[in-house]
Write a protein that binds this ligand. Structure first.
Ligand SMILES: [Zn+2]
Length: 137
């Protein structure tokens, strides 16, 4: 894949990814911004309040935490205490996500979900590639 970042930009993004208090959402916002796409945050009038809204391009991006949104990945595990409670709560979240995405798509929006585990430094290039495809399709 073509490297879309200058070395300086890359090191800034990597520093951001590495910094301890960085939420995955901040990584995605920075990445998308550097790729030249402008967006609004948390547009509450839309189903599920998407994290990034690109109104002119009719696209939204959700940045989901693997735990709270039940990602089927190594980072997700139902806590061993209060298992039934957590299972109900977390599957409820995932169900709500599915409904929101369905409503957005039916209203003509293109929807991308980025998972927390996909924002790690070693997966940044792959993520940038996915974002570029999302905007070109
Ligand atoms: Zn995950």
């Amino acid at each position: 894949m073509v490297d879309i970042f200058t070395p300086a930009e890359r090191s800034r993004i990597m520093a951001l990814v590495r910094s301890k208090d960085t939420a995955p959402e901040r990584v995605v916002r920075t990445l998308v911004h550097r790729m030249g796409f402008r967006f609004r945050l948390h547009k509450r009038s839309l189903p599920g309040s998407p994290d990034l809204v690109f109104a002119g391009r009719k696209r939204v991006i959700f940045v989901h935490g693997c735990f709270w949104h039940c990602h089927t990945c190594a980072a997700f595990r139902v806590p061993s205490t209060n298992r039934a409670f957590w299972k109900r709560k977390l599957t409820g979240n995932a169900e709500r996500d599915r409904r929101s995405i369905g409503r957005l798509r039916r209203a003509g929006w293109r929807v991308m979900v980025i998972w927390e585990c996909q924002t790690s430094p070693r997966r940044l290039d792959r993520l940038a590639g996915r974002i570029a495809r999302f905007f070109s399709e």
